[in-house]
Design a protein around this ligand. Sequence first.
Ligand SMILES: CC1(C)Nc2nc(N)[nH]c(=O)c2N=C1O
Length: 161
Amino acid sequence: MTEVFIALGANLAEPRSQLLKAIEALQHLPESELLSCSPLYSSSPMGPQDQPDYINAVVRLKTSLQPHVLLDAMQRIELEQGRVRKDERWGPRTLDLDLLLYGQQIIQDERLTVPHYGMTQRAFVLVPLFDIAPALTLPDGRQLAELVAVCDRSTLFRLSD
Ligand SMILES: CC1(C)Nc2nc(N)[nH]c(=O)c2N=C1O
């Protein structure tokens, strides 16, 4: 089994319930066990500002699904919750599931980049990740605590415990 971290984000169609529904779906993934879930956060959009605020969270899973099988399952959950992949880069979305970390593996292919390419610059990922894995070391050796200490969390508001 491998410990993985998945970031959730939504800003359309009742984002909070989108996230709660996605967390429920992740709890029922085969060969997997949901170990913990961060609080939910509200955050102003990174990128184009003409879209609603996001709700974000991070979950920790233990799984024996291989990376691309896990990715397929995550994309199926997105589609089942109505995600329509528009060509607008960084546009609003009903649900986004991003595979942040797959153990300490580094994966780079046409479908998958792990660790997630933007995670170290995104407070809406770093802060909830730190809530559930404060002692985490990234595959490149950086300490999550050091990244969180310098990130700008001014646009992040904790919604739940
Ligand atoms: C459009 C972009 C980059 N901005 C975001 N901004 C925030 N605050 N949260 C997100 O989950 C998010 N996701 C995205 O994909």
